[in-house]
Design a protein around this ligand. Structure first.
Ligand code: KG4
Ligand code: ZN
Length: 365
C-alpha cells in the first residue's frame, strides 16, 4: 500500500494522544493531558496518569476520527506506544489498541516511543480535515525521506538521549543518555527548590531571562577527562549526561544564601542552572554528532520548547556545519501523531504487524 491511513495511540506518560496520518501527511493530532491533576503533587503520579488515560481514551479517539473525517473502518492499521514509559500508563493504551485491533480486524504495530519522536520528523505536510494543505508546518525533514546522516536529540521530563538513525525502521543506535535524572526532571526539581511550581521548565525559562547566567558557575556533569577521554580513546561517558549533582549544587547554593540571611537571587540561580544544563546538553550532543558524521539533528521532547536550548544548540550546530531541525512544539511533546507516523513508515517499508501478543515494556531500550 502506498499511503496507509494509520491511527497512532500514545499513553506512556501523562498525555493521552491519538493521531492519524496518511503516509507522511498529518491529518490530526489530538492530545488530552492529565498534567493539571499532577500539579499539586509536583510530579506525575503513575496511578493518576493511568486512570486519566482510561477516562480520556475514548473521547480522544472520537475527537481524532471526527477531526480527520475518517471512520475506524477506513483505517488501514493501528500503531501504539509499547514502551518505554510508565507501566500502568502504557498498559491502558496497549489494551485499548489491542481491543480496537481485535474488534476491527486491523493490523496492530507496537512502537518504540523514542524512535517515534524521530519518526515525527518524516511528516512533511499537515492537512486540514477537508484534506487541504494546512498553513501550520509539519516536522518537515524532507519529502518523506530522512536525511542520510541523521541524529536525534530527545530532551524531556522522561528522557535525555542522543541517537543515530541509519534507518528509522531497523537501525537506531543510542549514542548517549542521562545516567540519572532526565533534563526536564532536573528543571522540575530545581523549580521546586526555587519555589516556582510545577512543571518547572517554562517557569525557569522565563525567569532566567531576568538573571545573570554567569553569576554562579554550576557543575557540568560527566565532563571530566576520566569520563570524556579523547576522540581516539573515548571515556566511558563521553556522550552521557548526569543532572543529579547539578540539582544538589543548586540546593546547596540556596541553603548558603539562606544561612547567611541573604535574599536568594532566584533569577540568577535560574539563569545559571539553565546555562549549565543547556551548555552540557548542546556541547555533548554536537560532539557525538561530529564524531559520528551526523549532518542533521532533529530536536524532540518537551524541553525542546526551551528558548536557550534552541539558541545555543542552534549556534553550536551551525559552527559545526550541522543542520538543526526543530519540529513545531505540538509534535515535539508526546503525541499520537508521532506513533502513527512511525507505524506508517513500518508499513511502507513492508514490515509486518506485531500481532496482539506483545506486552508493554516500560524499560524498552
Ligand atoms: O515531552 P514532555 O511534554 O513530557 C515528557 O516528559 O515525556 O516534557 C515535559 C518536560 C517537563 O519536565 C517540563 O518541565 C519540560 O519538559 N519543559 C521545559 C520547557 N517547557 C517544558 N523545560 C525547559 N524549558 C521549557 N521552556
Ligand atoms: Zn516522549
Amino acid at each position: 500500500r502506498q499511503q496507509p491511513l494509520v491511527l497512532g495511540i500514545e499513553s506512556s506518560c501523562d498525555e493521552t494522544g491519538v493521531g492519524i496520518v496518511r503516509g507522511t501527511a498529518l491529518l490530526t493530532n489530538t492530545v488530552s493531558s492529565s498534567m493539571d491533576e499532577h500539579v499539586r503533587f509536583g510530579g506525575v503520579i503513575p496511578e493518576i496518569a493511568s486512570r486519566a488515560h482510561l477516562d480520556a481514551f475514548v473521547p480522544t479517539l472520537q475527537e481524532s476520527l471526527h477531526e480527520a473525517g475518517v471512520t475506524l473502518d477506513e483505517i488501514d492499521a493501528i500503531a501504539v506506544t509499547s514502551g518505554p514509559g510508565l507501566a500502568g500508563a502504557l498498559m491502558v493504551g496497549v489494551c485499548a489498541a489491542k481491543a480496537l485491533a481485535v474488534a476491527t480486524g486491523k493490523p496492530l504495530y507496537a512502537i518504540n516511543h523514542l524512535v517515534a519522536h524521530v519518526g515525527v520528523g518524516l511528516l512533511d505536510e499537515r492537512r486540514t480535515p477537508d484534506g487541504k494543505p494546512d498553513a501550520g508546518a509539519a516536522a518537515g525533514l524532507g519529502a518523506g525521506k530522512l536525511p542520510e546522516n541523521l541524529g536525534a536529540l530527545l530532551v524531556s521530563g522522561g528522557h535525555t538521549e542522543i541517537l543515530r538513525i541509519q534507518s528509522i525502521t531497523d537501525d537506531v543506535e543510542l549514542l548517549g543518555s542521562t545516567i540519572d535524572d532526565a533534563a526536564g526532571e532536573a528543571y522540575d526539581k530545581v523549580a521546586r527548590i526555587l519555589g516556582l511550581g510545577y512543571p518547572g521548565g517554562p517557569a525557569i525559562d522565563k525567569l532566567a531571562r531576568q538573571g545573570n547566567p554567569k553569576s554562579i558557575r554550576f557543575p557540568r556533569g560527566l565532563t571530566q577527562p576520566k569520563y570524556m577521554g579523547t576522540a581516539e580513546d573515548k571515556g566511558p561517558h563521553r556522550y552521557d549526561w548526569s543532572f543529579s549533582g547539578l540539582k544538589t549544587a543548586v540546593a546547596r547554593c540556596v541553603e548558603q544564601f539562606e544561612a547567611r540571611g541573604e535574599e536568594v537571587p532566584v533569577a540568577d540561580i535560574a539563569a545559571a542552572f539553565q546555562e549549565a544544563v543547556v551548555d552540557v546538553i548542546s556541547s555533548k550532543a554536537v560532539l557525538a554528532c561530529k564524531e559520528h558524521g551526523i549532518t542533521d539533528v532533529l530536536l524532540g521532547g518537551g524541553v525542546a520548547a526551551n528558548s536557550r536550548l534552541r539558541e545555543l544548540t542552534g549556534q553550536r550546530c551551525a559552527s559545526a556545519g550541522i543542520k538543526l531541525h526543530v519540529p513545531p512544539l505540538d509534535l515535539c511533546t508526546d503525541n499520537g501523531a508521532m506513533v502513527a507516523a512511525l507505524g506508517a513508515q513500518l508499513i511502507m517499508a513492508g514490515i509486518g504487524p506485531s500481532g496482539i501478543g506483545f506486552a508493554p515494556d516500560s524499560s524498552m531500550p
